[in-house]
Ligand binder design. Structure first.
Ligand code: OAA
Ligand code: MG
Length: 230
């Protein structure tokens, strides 16, 4: 995706709520697309808008040789260098939303260390159809993460990298690199890139109407206005 297209989409979606984007999809007759299953939840109340960068991992189904702890230390280094190395995530650019399909394996593929490294490179958010770990630090570090569950387990002997920039199934939604991902306390919605301008337009129509409606109620109540109604 060109930088121009990326900036246009990020700008169009930056203030939209998940609910507005849902409405924008409906207005484009896409009722059955986009909404990631509600079991995929934010780790804490936050929001993020970005452009999907997909990765797929698959189960590791080989025997693990019996090793001493010191041998295991070396094996883990080898495992991470060869079997979980993810070129796409290493190439993370500002505005990317990291989207991980971990094939249902019970591991915390995103932890406080790797996600912070990608966040430092400009990743705006992370979503996995599996687990995250180090969750107390993820919250402390304010890294925006949506996941299906929390997992204590490390990758080695359990999961391996398969591919980047492939279509992945996240909570029943097919996500391609380049799609727009909007996530907040209501969950996650994914807008196919080809529809993103049209969906954004009608999402703004709904946001504008909602703001005006709630503002009238605020005023009638004598409630101080906040940014959600201005
Ligand atoms: O090491 C891992 O694969 C996941 C993790 O705990 C971290 O990045 O902090
Ligand atoms: Mg960790």
């Amino acid at each position: 995706m060109s930088q121009d297209e990326k900036q246009t989409l990020l700008e169009l979606y930056k203030d939209l709520r998940v609910a507005d984007v849902r409405d924008g999809m409906d207005w484009n007759m896409m009722h059955h697309y986009g909404t990631v299953h509600h079991e995929i939840r934010p780790l804490y109340r936050t929001r993020a808008v970005g452009i999907a960068q997909t990765s797929r991992y698959i189960p590791y189904q080989q025997d693990i040789p019996k090793m001493s702890p010191d041998e295991y230390t070396e094996w883990v280094k080898w495992y991470y260098a060869t079997l979980t190395s993810n070129p796409g995530m290493k190439a993370t650019e500002p505005g990317d939303f990291v989207v991980v399909d971990q094939s249902g394996v019970d591991v915390g593929i995103l932890g406080s260390n790797n996600s912070l490294a990608y966040y430092a490179k400009g990743a705006v958010g992370f979503i996995t159809n599996g687990g995250v770990r180090d969750t107390d630090e993820l919250i402390l570090q304010k890294v925006p993460v949506w996941s299906k569950f929390i997992s204590q387990k490390m990758n080695q002997g359990r999961i391996q990298f398969d591919a980047n920039d492939v279509p992945v199934n996240i909570g029943g939604v097919v996500v391609h690199s380049g799609d727009v991902v909007v996530a907040d306390g209501d969950g996650v919605i994914v807008v196919p890139r080809q529809m993103a301008l049209e969906v954004g337009k009608y999402a703004h129509q709904e946001l504008k109407a909602d703001k005006a409606g709630r503002r009238r109620i605020y005023e009638a109540m004598g409630r101080e206005l906040d940014p959600t109604v201005i």
